[in-house]
Design a protein. Structure first.
Length: 308
């Protein structure tokens, strides 16, 4: 079983608006409303893969009632986020509300729930932004706490919460390119840059590193004393929406690791799933059959650091 945690859950509305233009009145041709937030997106993809998963976190108000599954109820209203997809231009525009304020007692209740759920979990995924006024150390403290309980913790967030939590030593950290650039303090443009970033993030404390891109990933994976660095790219897929493709990639990777598949197979399957998801409207959704056809065409190579 995998437990995903979303501290700043949202109700995601995706509007399909052909020929979308700023400053004009439009009528959407389709509207999709889903529970959202990185942890929920990962859980949705894991369910598609038939992986046992429990999604938990914080949710409040009438918005939270539409989100809640195994969530801790909070007093403040959960946020609503909106994405506008223009299929004619292949673009998507996201508008995310600020999250609710969360009290200390509500956070303590969430931590207690995590202790209970983590007993039978293969992984606990801590993902997404933190609500307002929650300490930036929250994820770092959770990583240390769960690691002491022999739980493999996966981290997918950004900014200062990411940096602090990486130093706490998670099993896996999965930033996108922008988040990785912020973490290492420089732009990443070529293989050497990404290789440096993988090693730098691992030296900060992460056991394994997965940097996700729009069409692939760079990965550092440790098995005992052996460390492998991999680069994987998918063939071009005409996008409908790229929202949540990194969440699908992460979900498929964890499912493959849980099945004890070889690192090459796990990365290939993950990148194929992420690529397949860009054909879908709504985060965390993809067609496993289409992903399977893409997997055979994933360009996978091993990177080797230059020895001085």
């Amino acid at each position: 079983m995998i437990v995903t945690v979303t501290t700043n859950a949202a109700l995601d509305r995706t509007l399909t608006v052909p020929v979308f233009q700023i400053g004009f009145r439009h009528r959407s041709s389709d509207v999709l409303t889903l529970a959202g937030g990185k942890g929920i997106n990962v859980a949705r993809a894991l369910k598609i893969l038939d992986v046992p998963v429990v999604a938990t976190g914080l949710a409040g108000g009438r918005t939270g009632t539409r989100i809640i599954e195994d969530f801790v109820r909070i007093a403040a209203e959960s946020r609503t986020s909106t994405a506008v997809v223009d299929p004619t231009a292949g673009t998507h525009t996201e508008i995310n509300e600020w999250g609710p304020e969360v009290g200390a007692v509500e956070l303590e209740t969430l931590v207690e729930k995590l202790h209970y759920l983590a007993r039978g979990a293969d992984f606990v995924v801590l993902s997404g932004s933190l609500p307002r006024k929650v300490a930036t150390t929250f994820y770092a403290e959770a990583v240390r706490d769960l690691s002491r309980r022999d739980v493999r913790v996966v981290l997918d967030t950004e900014g200062e919460p990411l940096r602090l939590a990486v130093e706490a030593g998670p099993f896996l950290v999965s930033p996108n390119q922008r988040e990785a650039e912020q973490l290492v303090g420089q732009e990443l443009e070529d293989d050497d840059d990404f290789l440096m970033a993988l090693d730098a993030i691992a030296e900060m404390g992460a056991r394994n590193v997965l940097i996700t891109l729009e069409n692939g990933c760079f990965a550092l994976m440790r098995n005992g004393r052996k460390t492998r660095r991999l680069r994987a790219f998918a063939p071009h897929v005409e996008p409908v929406s790229g929202v949540g493709s990194g969440d699908v990639l992460l979900a498929q990777f964890l499912a493959a690791v849980g099945d004890e598949r070889a690192p090459d197979d796990a990365i290939r399957a993950a990148v194929a799933a992420g690529a397949a998801s860009v054909r879908e409207v709504g985060a965390g959704r993809f067609d496993p059959a289409y992903a399977a056809t893409l997997a055979a065409d994933i360009e996978l190579s091993e990177l080797h650091p230059v020895r001085s």
